[in-house]
Design a protein around this ligand. Structure first.
Ligand SMILES: NC(=O)c1ccc[n+]([C@@H]2O[C@H](COP(=O)([O-])OP(=O)(O)OC[C@H]3O[C@@H](n4cnc5c(N)ncnc54)[C@H](OP(=O)(O)O)[C@@H]3O)[C@@H](O)[C@H]2O)c1
Length: 294
C-alpha cells in the first residue's frame, strides 16, 4: 500500500542532517517519531510536535518507514545491533553517507533480518532539505521506493537510480568528483588571473560560462565512451596535450601551482604513447581503469 500525507515516519540520528530531515517530515504533516543517542538534540523537534522514542526499537516500531542518518555505516550497524530490535517487516531508508560496498553489505544484512532496505545519498546541505534544491538519491528494490515515494517527497527532489543498492553511493561520489574538478579548475584560473590583477569576482562569470559550455559536450562524449570509439570530430588528444603544456608553462612562469595540470598531462601523455594521440579527449577514460574495447 502506498503512503499518504499522514503516514507515520521515524528518523534515527538527529545530527545536523537528521534534524533537517525530521523537520521536513513534520512540516509536511507526517506524525514523526525521532531517536538520537544524545537525546537533547530532539528538544526543538519535540517542541515542534515530534515524539521522542525511548529506544531505537520503539522508534522503529512507530513509523511505516524509518530514515536513518548518522555519521557512518559503522554507527548505523552499532545502533541497529542492539538486542531489543525487531527488524522483521520494517522499511529502512539509510541516508548515511558511505561507499557502494557498505551499502550492498548493509542491504544484505537488513534483508537477512527481514527488513526492506533502500540505500540513499543526500546531495544537499541541511538548510536545503524540504526544498526542490535538495537532491536525494535512492537505490534498492523499486517497489519499496515507489510505495514510499509520496512520503520521501517531503525531503526534496527524490530520485530512484536502480535496484543495485550501491548505486546511490556511486552517484554520490561521482558527483563529488565533478564538483571538486570544476572548483579546482576554477581556482587554477583564478590564481593565474590574480597575477595580472584580475580579481576572482571578475573572472567568475567568465569561468561559469566555460564550465557550462564544457558541460554541453558530455552527452556526445558519453556516446563515444559507450561505443568505445573516439573519432577526433573536433579536436585530437595530441592538440589538447599541447594546450596543456601552455597551461603548465604559464602557471610555472607566474608562480602558480602547476601540480593539477601536470597530473592531467601525465595521463594524456600515457594515452598518446599508447597510440591514442589522434583520437578525441574521452579516450582518456582508459586511464581511469575502465577497460575499453577499441
Ligand atoms: N551535513 C551535511 O551537509 C551533509 C550533507 C550530505 C550528507 N550528509 C551525511 O549525513 C550523515 C549525518 O551527517 P550530519 O551532518 O548530520 O552529522 P552530525 O551532525 O555530526 O551528526 C552525526 C549523527 O550521528 C550520530 N552518531 C554517530 N555515531 C553514533 C553511534 N555510534 N551511535 C549512535 N549514533 C551515532 C550522532 O549522534 P549524537 O548526536 O549522539 O552524537 C548524530 O546524530 C553523514 O553520513 C553525512 O555524510 C551530511
Amino acid at each position: 500500500m502506498n503512503d499518504s500525507p499522514d503516514t507515520p515516519v521515524t528518523v534515527i540520528g538527529l545530527g545536523r542532517m537528521g534534524q533537517a530531515l525530521a523537520g521536513a517530515f513534520l512540516k509536511a504533516g507526517h506524525p514523526t517519531t525521532v531517536w538520537n543517542r544524545t537525546t537533547s538534540k530532539a528538544d526543538k523537534l519535540v517542541a515542534e510536535g515530534a515524539r521522542l522514542a525511548p529506544t531505537v526499537g520503539d522508534a522503529l516500531r512507530a513509523g511505516s518507514l524509518t530514515v536513518i542518518c548518522v555519521t557512518d555505516y559503522r554507527a548505523m550497524h552499532e545502533l541497529l545491533a542492539a538486542s531489543d530490535i525487531e527488524l522483521d517487516g520494517t522499511m529502512l531508508i539509510n541516508l548515511t553517507s558511505g561507499d557502494s560496498a557498505q551499502a550492498r553489505e548493509a542491504a544484505r544484512w537488513a534483508e537477512q533480518h527481514g527488513a526492506h532496505y533502500l540505500d540513499g545519498a543526500i546531495m544537499a546541505i541541511p538548510p536545503a532539505i524540504g526544498t526542490a534544491e535538495a537532491v536525494i538519491l535512492h537505490s534498492g528494490p523499486r517497489p519499496d521506493f515507489e510505495a514510499h515515494r509520496p512520503t520521501l517527497d517531503a525531503l526534496g527532489t527524490v530520485t530512484y537510480l536502480g535496484a543495485d543498492h550501491g548505486l546511490a553511493s556511486l552517484y554520490d561520489v561521482a558527483g563529488l568528483a565533478m564538483m571538486w574538478s570544476v572548483l579546482n579548475a576554477w581556482l587554477q584560473g583564478t590564481a593565474l588571473l590574480r597575477t595580472a590583477g584580475v580579481d576572482a569576482a571578475t573572472y567568475a562569470p567568465f569561468a561559469q560560462q566555460i564550465a557550462a559550455g564544457v558541460a554541453e559536450w558530455l552527452p556526445g562524449y558519453a556516446e563515444q565512451i559507450d561505443a568505445g570509439s573516439f573519432p577526433a570530430e573536433v579536436s585530437a588528444l595530441e592538440t589538447d596535450a599541447r594546450a596543456m603544456t601552455h597551461l603548465i608553462e604559464q602557471s610555472e612562469a607566474v608562480g602558480v601551482n602547476a601540480e593539477l595540470p601536470r597530473l592531467i598531462k601525465t595521463m594524456a601523455d600515457r594515452s598518446i604513447a599508447a597510440g591514442h594521440g589522434g583520437e578525441q579527449y574521452p579516450v582518456l577514460i582508459e586511464e581511469f581503469g575502465i577497460p575499453g574495447d577499441h
